[in-house]
Design a protein around this ligand. Structure first.
Ligand code: C2O
Ligand code: CU
Ligand code: CU
Length: 509
């Protein structure tokens, strides 16, 4: 009896995620379920000088589709968390309480704040404890996010649900002219791939190929619902899309290949809307797009498959299975479904025409001459970091994998570099074997070039994540300090790589 109870507890609470060697034989597929899965809209939590916010990380269970429950983690709710709206020019306190069984952190991804309150791996919140950082917000309007960042467990905790959106509003900026009624014509989409066992349990692996490629899965959840349907007004609708997946790279497009406009990248608005038919988002990247639904037609949002792999996209079926699988294609060109949009004539969008220029967009940085250059190589390899025994293939592969930056795996007690406040630098980042999603804490940067091709600022805007597939040059500058007790991180945002050591630490003095 005792043993039974113990097992029961472990299965439902202790393990929100199955970290399995076992490959799921009967993976659960949502395809047979009814298509009335409405897109959930995360509730808004407005915080400012007066109104502080509270997040409580909890263990829960969540229905991704139909009635079936999956053990999950969430902030204030069963899965994911509220959309926190912070205001430029204000200081707000966010109280984070950890009611889960394991240590967590809560990192404000993209927010320009000091290392002390950034919520990185050194700011762990033990079970039962509360952390209450004061966040002094001073950056342009942007769609950011927050997520747990406990070293070595980030991937599992984010996969289980410890993430949410954060929107920076700038009350002093002129009106953008873009749709901005949250949930109506300004809709957040947190896109994540998930795999399920037959009993509904989330399946996860970070071993072998799942470590090397990053974990991918065959079911697509948006805001915690599998391939949901949103009802939108017959007008212009702004979508704030976050790739909240651990490792999957999406290239989004609509089934009818309609043109849409990108209006913002990670760190703020673009100066002018950019017309496009598809947009790629690597893990942790965000984009805001405006889509025209005036023709009243229902349409599916699709994505092409992800071929990012150290084997040049040549993955065997067995490997895909171990990774959690690939979503089923719904078009002859191999695209799969993310979600559906239906048009509801009783809803109205506030904006009928896209502005030519977007007021309040961040300007091209005018930081003066860069004072130094730094090189980063994102390394993954077997035995190349001094400790390997060269067991390249087979079952031991995961254990032999070494991930690091500039030849060193992340160490909590080692500071890798020191930057100085307000000194612009050029960072050259080089990937090895496959593309990596490179992210830097505490600031945003300009992408100068990708594989030698200069990047027009008007098209990229300010960013905090960039996909490195070859070589990327960034112009970066820090305005907030970070001590050696609470350093900033730079890392690959393929969370399996990050947890395995593709991360470094720096101070800003
Ligand atoms: Cu999205 Cu170091 O984080
Ligand atoms: Cu971050
Ligand atoms: Cu990586």
């Amino acid at each position: 009896m005792k043993r039974r109870q113990l097992l029961g507890t472990t299965a439902t609470v202790g393990a929100a995620v199955i970290g399995a060697h076992a490959i799921p034989h009967k993976a659960w597929a949502a395809s047979s379920l009814s298509r009335s899965n409405a897109l959930p809209i995360p509730p808004v939590m407005v915080v400012n000088n007066q109104a502080h916010g509270e997040l409580t990380a909890i263990e829960s269970s969540h229905a991704f589709s139909g009635e079936r429950q999956s053990p999950t983690l969430g902030y204030n709710q069963s899965y994911l968390g509220p959309t926190i709206r912070v205001r430029r020019g204000e200081t707000t306190r966010l109280k984070v309480t950890n009611k889960t069984k394991n240590a967590i952190t809560t990192h404000w991804h993209g927010l320009h704040v000091e290392g002390e309150v950034d919520g990185g791996p050194h700011s762990d919140i033990a079970p039962g404890q509360t952390w209450a950082p004061a966040l002094r917000v001073d950056q342009p309007a942007a769609t950011l996010w927050y997520h747990s960042h406990i070293h070595g467990q980030t991937a599992k905790q984010v996969y289980s649900g410890l993430a949410g959106l954060m929107i920076v509003d700038d009350p002093r900026a002129p009106s953008t002219g873009l749709p901005e009624t949250y949930g109506l014509d300004d809709i957040p989409l947190i896109v994540q791939d998930r795999a399920f066992l037959a009993d509904g349990t989330l399946y996860y692996s970070n071993r072998g190929p799942a470590l090397m490629h990053g974990f991918r899965a065959s079911e697509i959840a948006v805001n915690g619902a599998i391939r949901p349907q949103a009802q939108v007004p017959a007008g212009l609708v702004r979508l704030r899309i976050l790739n909240g997946s651990n490792a999957r790279i999406y290239t989004f497009s609509f089934e009818d290949d309609r043109t849409f406009h990108q209006v913002a990248s990670e760190a703020g608005l673009l100066a002018t809307p950019i017309a496009m038919r598809s947009i790629q988002l690597a893990p942790a990247e965000r984009a805001e797009i405006v889509v025209n639904f005036t023709n009243g037609q229902a349409v599916r949002l699709l994505s092409t498959g992800d071929t990012n792999s150290p084997m040049g996209g040549m993955m065997s079926r067995g490997m895909l299975h171990e990774l959690g699988g690939s979503p089923a294609a719904v078009t002859s060109d191999g695209r799969f479904e993310i979600m559906r949009f239906g048009v509801d004539a009783s809803k109205f969008s506030s904006v009928t025409e896209l502005p030519k220029w977007i007021a309040g967009a961040p300007l091209l940085p005018d930081w003066g001459k860069p004072v130094r250059r730094r090189d980063f190589s994102l390394d993954m390899g077997m035995g190349m970091m001094g400790r390997g025994r060269g067991a390249m293939m087979g079952r031991g592969m995961g254990k032999m994998m070494a991930m690091g930056i500039n030849g060193k795996p992340m160490a909590m007690d080692r500071i890798d570099l020191t930057a100085r406040v307000n000194e612009p630098e050029i960072w050259r980042v080089v990937s090895s074997q496959m593309a990596h999603s490179f992210h830097v804490h505490g600031t945003s940067f300009q992408v100068l070039s990708i594989n030698g091709q200069p990047q027009p600022f008007e098209q990229t805007g300010m960013k905090d994540v960039v996909l490195v597939d070859g070589e990327v040059e960034l112009l970066i500058r820090f305005t907030r300090k970070a001590s050696k007790e609470f350093p900033f991180m730079y890392h690959c945002h393929l969370l399996e790589h990050e947890d395995a050591g593709m991360m470094g630490q720096f101070t800003v003095q």
